[in-house]
Design a protein around this ligand. Sequence first.
Ligand code: 4HQ
Length: 249
Amino acid sequence: MRFDVVTIFPEIFRGVFEFGIVRRAIDAGLLDIRLHDLRDYTSDRHRQVDDRPFGGGAGMVMKPEPLFRAIESLTHGDGNASTVLLTPQGRLFDQSVAREFATTGHIVLVCGRYEGVDERVVEAAIDDEVSIGDYVLSGGEIPAMVVVDAVTRLLPGAVGCEESIERESFANGLLDYPQYTRPAEYRGMKVPEVLLGGNHGEIEQWRRRKSLERTAGRRPDLLVTDKADQRDPEQIQREIELEGKVKEL
Ligand code: 4HQ
């Protein structure tokens, strides 16, 4: 999988990609990340990437010429490359979008700064717009790091234990169950008895119940759109109610 990142701050990515699973995926040859300084695609003496908005108003807008030049030079010859702009106007980047990107092969991530990019770039050179959530950041760089991290974990062989990926939050559309490790008692706080017993059927039931309780209590929106769960949402809710733990969604 190849990512090209177009940004005015390539330096801020380096540390993030030098550690952990992303680093391992690069070293293993599963992942190729190339950073591109947008200013290298300017042609004026000041290497200007922004300009004043037509129509007036506060802030600056990213000029079309350097962005077109960068995007075209990175996608030319690759008809399968997809160009993605990080922006609050995009569709929400969730685990299903991460899965989609993980099968794409070549993605050009375009990081905006200032008030955003000239709309002609979006119309003519961007295939997909994604947002990492409903808050305002100062640039698309952190969202681009989020996308690379979440997608890398889904590349076959990138995460040590395949099973741990499947058990994780969102793989099954639910929040994680609580985890414990030694000691079995700490400052008077005990690890739930069922986890110490070694009855794997009971442990699995307990974990499923905890996942459902948590999801119902904290993120009921996930239960009604639990795409991975083939059963109908009413059946899932009945499962929770049957346990007598949760009264309403
Ligand atoms: N920005 N998810 C504005 C974001 C953002 C988000 C990136 C701020 C683009 C121009 N991007 N710049 N949230 O807030 O993706």
